[in-house]
Design a protein around this ligand. Structure first.
Ligand SMILES: NC(=O)c1ccc[n+]([C@@H]2O[C@H](COP(=O)([O-])OP(=O)(O)OC[C@H]3O[C@@H](n4cnc5c(N)ncnc54)[C@H](O)[C@@H]3O)[C@@H](O)[C@H]2O)c1
Length: 361
């Protein structure tokens, strides 16, 4: 069943982006500042130290530069998504019309030893967002669309067995994935009960300039340039749908401007809730991804052409929480928005390597 969409556009909107000092959030805000000719963007982030906050400050600097050139207003608020009173105040004072909820504790791996870190942002924080969206509509137009980041990690053990959306996602292999799945069901229930238009995006392995240092391509660049070993999981035998950052941002911007309406294509009542995979729909083998990264690190002048990569690789078994095969179903997003990410790992890793060289100069 396809939804009708309510076209919102970007101008005149009050857009709340959570996690806007993060990798995806900062890229999204910079793009929004370029596109919007009016309206406001509120960036809400607690700049936590899960990875080096200097990188978050650097991204905020890039946003400030873009804000100077933009006709839209920009405001940064430092705060914790799990702070219910603070969130209430943001809804009352800034009256967001579109929300993009990206703030979260990520990583399947980190969740093994730090499950508690996920409760604040991914459970309480997410609840604060949907509850804020609910009350924003008490007698007011309020939030017109809530877009939130889920992850292809939700596919867990059933990835290979179930193709197409909706998949059975009852068997997550990490606690991170379990929190993302819970977001999807909380969101659906609020959308159904209170008629709030919501779109969940199951993003797949997003990478690119100013990315996350805890992910393989970035940590490999850090490790190899300091002559340290990089762990390669499952002996490199993994297939992942790597999504370049600009493609992920393009998908988010397309989705946020089109809220699912409360009717379907046949004019029948529908829950105003949509869920999509965001990825290329094809996978790259991790070994190819790593060899392309090596070539691009050499061509950007980060590592010498005779660098002995093999000496700095530590092949390790896949931990039980790692998905060794990840592929997205792009059909539904393509049908609704005419867009499928297509940047190749060669193009994307080249841009990452060039950025990495400049950032560490
Ligand atoms: N990058 C990927 O490959 C990927 C893949 C699938 C899903 N996602 C999802 O996309 C979203 C953005 O991911 P990212 O890669 O940009 O991560 P990121 O860590 O770079 O960004 C997340 C931001 O959220 C902020 N944050 C965390 N907890 C917070 C809290 N309690 N209050 C306020 N701010 C808080 C962090 O400071 C950080 O700046 C996340 O929800 C993530 O789960 C990312």
């Amino acid at each position: 069943m396809k939804h009708n969409k309510t076209i919102l556009g970007l101008d005149h909107q009050n857009i709340l982006v959570t996690g806007g000092a993060g990798f995806i959030g900062a890229s999204l805000i910079i793009r929004l500042l370029k596109e919007m000719t009016s309206g406001q963007i509120i960036n809400f982030d607690n700049i936590n130290d899960y990875y080096d906050p200097k990188l978050k400050e650097y991204r905020l600097g890039l946003i400030d530069e873009a804000a100077k050139e933009s006709s839209a207003n920009y405001l940064f608020i430092k705060g914790n998504l799990a702070d219910t009173n603070l969130l209430r105040g943001i809804f009352i004072n800034y009256k967001p019309s579109i929300i993009v909820n990206l703030a979260a504790q990520e990583s399947d791996e980190y969740a093994i030893d730090h499950p508690t870190a996920y409760i604040g942002p991914n459970i309480i924080g997410f609840f604060n967002i949907i509850e804020g969206a609910r009350h924003s509509r008490d007698g007011h137009p309020g939030v017109q669309h809530l877009v939130y980041a889920s992850s292809t990690s939700v596919y867990g053990d059933n990835r290979e067995k179930t193709q197409g959306i909706p998949f059975d996602i009852d068997h997550p292999v990490s606690f991170y994935a379990a929190t993302k799945k819970s977001n999807e069901v909380y969101a659906y229930s609020y959308s159904r009960l209170y008629g709030i238009p919501m779109t969940g995006l199951r993003l797949s392995s997003v990478y690119g300039p100013a990315g996350r240092p805890d992910t393989l391509y970035y940590s490999a660049a850090d490790n190899w340039s300091s002559k340290r070993s990089q762990a390669i999981i499952n002996n490199g035998s993994c297939n992942k749908d790597f999504t370049y950052i600009d493609d992920a941002v393009e998908a988010i911007i397309k989705a946020m401007q089109n809220a699912p309406s409360n009717t379907d294509e046949n004019g029948q009542p529908a829950v105003p809730y949509a869920l999509y995979d965001i990825g290329k729909g094809t996978t790259d083998n991790l070994t190819d991804f790593i060899s392309t990264l090596q070539e691009e690190l050499v061509s950007a002048g980060i590592l010498p052409s005779d660098f002995d990569f093999e000496a700095y690789k530590e092949y390790v078994e896949a931990q039980p929480n790692i998905l060794v095969s990840e592929k997205t179903n792009t059909k539904y997003f393509a049908e609704d928005f005419g867009f499928t990410p297509s940047t190749t790992i060669r193009e994307g890793l080249k841009k990452f390597a060039e950025w990495y060289k400049e950032y560490n100069a």
